[in-house]
Every structure is written in C-alpha cells, then in structure tokens.
Design a protein around this ligand. Sequence first.
Ligand SMILES: [Zn+2]
Ligand SMILES: [Zn+2]
Length: 380
Amino acid sequence: MLSKLENWTRKVQREAKLAKLSRKSVKIVPDTQNLCGRPFCQLLAEFEVPTDGSGGGVGRAFEQYLFTRCLNQGKDGILVGSKADIEAQQASCCFCHFVHARIVASGYTDEDGTAQCFASCPGGAEEVWLRLRRANGEAVGGLLRYGERVLFVGDRRYPTPLAGRIVGSGELEYSRVQHWLQLCDEMHHEVCPVPAPLKERRAGAPRLLRVVDVERNCLTEISWQEKYVALSYVWGNASPPRLYRRELDHWRQAHSLKKLRKSMPQTHQDAMHFVAQIGQRYLWFDSLCLIQDDPDDLRKGTSMMDIIYEGAYLTVIAAAGPGADCGLPSVGHTQRASSQPTVSIKPGFSLLLVRSLDKHLNDSVWATRGWTYVDSILTE
Ligand SMILES: [Zn+2]
Ligand SMILES: [Zn+2]
C-alpha cells in the first residue's frame, strides 16, 4: 500500500508534468500506474498482484480482494465516478482514461448530467462489469457496446481459460489452434458431436467428397469419415481459378496445384497454408471442389452444402474483407488489424477490451451474404 507521502509526491510530480505537457499542447495519455483517488481507482492502486499464480488468475485474486475490502458493494458495484469526474480525471488516471474512452465510444451523452459509473467483478470470471446509473437510481445500463467485454489480461505463466489475451499483429499461433482442436476432440463429445441426422443424410450423398490435398498439392477424393477443413468466404471481385471437367485428371496429379497456387486469390492461398500449419491435410472450397462447367456436379454439390459444412472438422470463416483477395489476417501477408484497447495498471495487472466473434462476424461483409450465413448456422 502506498503511504500518504508517496501518494502526495506522485500527485505533485504528475501535476507538474501535466502542466508542462499542456503548455506544449501535447495530447496527454496518462502513465500506467497513475490512478486517481476515487473509490474504484484507489482499490486498483492498493491491490497487490499475486506473483505466484495463487488465487486462480489475477482477476479472481482481485475479485476476492474486493470482497474482503468492500463487504457492501451495492448492486451495481463500486463507484468509479460521475461522467464529469471521469472526464476530469482521464488525462491523469489510467483507469478513468480507459472508462472515458468507453463512454465516448458508447455515444452516451448524459443529458441531465447525473450519470455515475460503477464497476464490479462477477464471481468466477476474469472480468470487470461497467454500469451507468442516474442519481435518481434509474439504471442507464451497461457501458459497453454489443459484443464487448472488459477482461483481466492473463499471466502467460499461469494460464486461466477465462482471462483475456493480447493478440499481436504477428503470425497466428498455430499451436494454439491445434490445442483448441485437441480439447474439442477430447472434451466436447457432448458439445460438438457429429450430428446424428448427418449420418443418415450422408447416405444419400456421393460416397466420396472432392477436396484439395494440401500435402500433395492436388485434388483428391476422401471418404466422409476423414477430417477436412471447410472454407466459407465471399468471392467479391476475385476470380479464383475454377475446376473444369476437362482438367480434373490433371489437377488430381500430385503437385499439379503448385503452379496454380500463385494465381489463387489470397484467401485460398492462406487457407491452404493454414490447413498445413495446423497439421491437417484436406480443404474444401467451392471453386476447386465443384466442377464449375458440370451442371450435375454443381447441383449435387450445392444441394449437399449443408452436409459439407456440418461435417467439417472445422470451418474457416474468411470475414476480414469484402472478397477472396483479402486473405486471412495473420496467416499470410495480410496483417491483423489489432485494435484492442488496454489499460496497464501495474506490472502483471492489465485490463483489455475484447470484442466477441459474433460482433466481428456481424460487422463483416461475409455476414451480409445469405449463403455464407447458412454456412455459419450449419457449422455450429
Ligand atoms: Zn480514476
Ligand atoms: Zn468442440
């Protein structure tokens, strides 16, 4: 816990620094670890971060600490401040700065000037809830937008599944994806089983499924029991190489797709790379797996699209752009647009705004296409 003298010294130093900065009219972003004296910020300042992973994650440890410090937290949690207070503190207090940015993003105007923000930590979660309430007790609601949550950033040394993770702009961690798949294989017999009706419907489908073999770089046919990855995407303005009947035998020869790969849209190239990197072999996508000048093959293929997506080991959804030229961010050349607002409160103690997968998908061009929407429902 900081002594009064230390607090006072820091306050004076901070004010001197702010005065200097404002003279130069530089945009002020508060230093990490600078916190104001309002109730929730003070609790953040006085929290001692466990260094040995005890307490089951830093968020859990903080939740327990809150419980011992404030037995009566009120139904909305602990006061962060009024909208005006937070605005006044946001240049110097790192947490008020973070909350202020959320208020601005929410578009909340606080017309009568009485809204107050409260923070709480729900039991068993690595999360902070932020709520607004008017002085007359009327609830304004949550401060975050649809699909957004504020999570404690987990410590890599003591992983907790519910904690947040800062995702950089570097290459995708394929081993993490493999780990998720392994968990799904081992633990999700109830949650992710092969749907029973699928087995029956497959009886009416062709015995084999045409796929891209990313190991041998060619087209091949597999039985429905084999694992394959399905790609769901929008063509947009891309014109991917298409499979024509007269070329089928050629593309079935090993390594025949090697040359073609360069002329493929980035999303197809990246999807092939992704499949290989996660240790899988087969990939299904429409332009090379359905014969585009064979009405019968096309009709059969499109009529069993439900079985193809439902039966995939996993489905890659290319939702990062308006077409197949956009690629899969952090797989190929396309960089991931990292926009995760964070607040670093002290070493090992940070908060992160995360946006749900639903939110990302809802905002995508991919979600506006009827057919790809069907893919997402079937893959669930
Ligand atoms: Zn504050
Ligand atoms: Zn699963």
